[in-house]
Design a protein around this ligand. Structure first.
Ligand code: GNR
Ligand code: NI
Length: 165
């Protein structure tokens, strides 16, 4: 396995829209394994392939306390939503920044697992937040896009400043 480099905001490559995956090859299985290693090492509770500069609709998530319940979401889609809730979010591509974001509170999503089997899952709380955050990555969207233009500009400045250090 190998740890992968994570793209940092405001890298333009984080804005690419990822393509649907049409079959699960050995190469993609190895990619998922490396994504899990990268997510756990960071540490983070989710990682989208976009963040490691692979523009395919692949996500890994683990919101368990022990970090021993990995979920693989290939071609994830939200199929139902209910309620709205605010939650503090962070992102491995925007290190050190934490802000409140409002999202759908309860979701049902559909995806394909690492064996190619389709499944559906209901989520609330941190898992619901994380799945929406990761699907946004696949669409080239970041949580700072939900903030005011002023806040976003300040965060961009801060990231560019740290980049030079
Ligand atoms: O590790 C992460 N924590 C987190 C906390 C609140 C809301 C979303 C997240 S996802 C983030 C990892 C990440 O950047 N995934 O894209
Ligand atoms: Ni993120």
């Amino acid at each position: 396995m190998a740890e992968l480099d994570i793209l940092i905001f405001p890298d333009d490559r984080l804005r690419r829209v990822a393509s649907k995956v049409d079959d699960i090859t050995d190469e993609r299985r190895a990619l998922v394994s490396n994504m899990l290693e990268t997510m756990y090492a960071a540490p983070g509770i989710g990682l989208a392939a976009t963040q490691i500069n692979v523009h395919e609709r692949i996500v890994v998530v683990d919101v368990s306390e022990k970090g021993n319940e990995p979920l693989v979401l290939i071609n994830p889609e939200i199929v139902a939503v209910e309620g709205r809730a605010r939650h503090e979010e962070g992102c491995l591509s925007i290190p050190g920044v934490y802000e409140q974001v409002e999202r759908d509170e309860h979701i049902k999503f559909a995806a394909i697992d690492i064996d190619g089997n389709p499944y559906e899952m209901e989520a609330e709380g941190l898992l619901a937040v994380c799945v929406q955050h990761e699907i946004d990555h696949l669409d080239g969207k970041l949580f700072v896009d939900y903030l005011s233009a002023l806040k976003k500009r300040r965060i961009k400045k801060k990231m560019l400043k740290h980049e030079k250090e």
